[in-house]
Design a protein around this ligand. Sequence first.
Ligand code: CUA
Length: 365
Amino acid sequence: MICRGNRLGQRGRRFLNPINLFILVVSVYLAACGQEHPGSTIDPVTSDHGSAIQSLYLTVFWWSVLILVVVWGVLAYVLIRFRERPGGPEPKKTRGHLGLEIGWTAGAAIIVILITIPTIRTVFRTQAEPGADALVVEVIGHQWWWEFRYPAENVVTANELHIPVGRSVDLRMWSADVIHSFWVPRLGGKRDLNPLVRQPEGGLPKVNRLKFTVDEAGIYSGQCAEFCGSAHSLMGLRVIAEPQADFEEWVLRMRGPAAPDSGTLAELGRELFMQSTCVACHAIEGTSARGTLGPNLTRLGARTRIGAGLLENRPENLAAWISNPARFKPGVKMPGVAEPGGGLPPTGLSEEQVEAMAVYLSNLK
Ligand code: CUA
């Protein structure tokens, strides 16, 4: 016993050498030291949905802490009270104890009930029908980008969901290909987007819904949360919650005529865009581009990021994306200058033509 104890002690001392201790302390510190938590589920923004889920999470968390403290407390007591002592008596063995059996069965049942009640209440709260004035947005998942349609506003956009603060939003979601999952951690909730299933004559296709009201203006990051192919991890989105007046202004701009071209380079870019295969997939409001297979590019220049959250929206990034989108997103269904994509041949654009197109698209604000 003594030899074994010494061996264990030596091993323990070897593991807890100063370098390992330093790495351990620094890792724990680094894991908690970030100031920004754009993808945190436990730092919800003021929204009815997020607050409901956070309050449920805290309820379950504190129950777990209580259980942990009780179990560890009993364990520590037993370890100390009944530890082996030289010459000490054998501890009394207990086999079958009705009181204990009833105690831990009833105790566990009561805890489960106390967690079930707030859980069911949260399910009903988050599934409640939104008010009649709710903003309806159709969310369609594609490999690997998001389409947002506002039927009442007659607006279609991609990857950045604009919503007004203080007004309930009713998202109706489905997928154009495989299963995706809409997840904006700080708004709470996560919903799968399933391919539409054909319904019997006259039946409406079933869609998943997510309803919430955000009370705090800001930009909230989201991510597809269901594995959907090679670029699943690159299928990001952003929710832009803004005051009602700003939202209305955005809707008007989205519906208005395309911004006039500024300069000859942008003009060249527009001509190239309208003559190339781009229009087979992309639409730009106010122009002859009417494609629906790819993201709608109306007011693309006003978006914060491009490529479904991939790159900052700057003309040089846009040019790099147009030149070779597969470099940034493997499997992307868009051809590059030299690579085919989505069943379309390479665009064969020159460097100058790519630049002109990037300037044109960046100017669409
Ligand atoms: Cu879409 Cu993962």
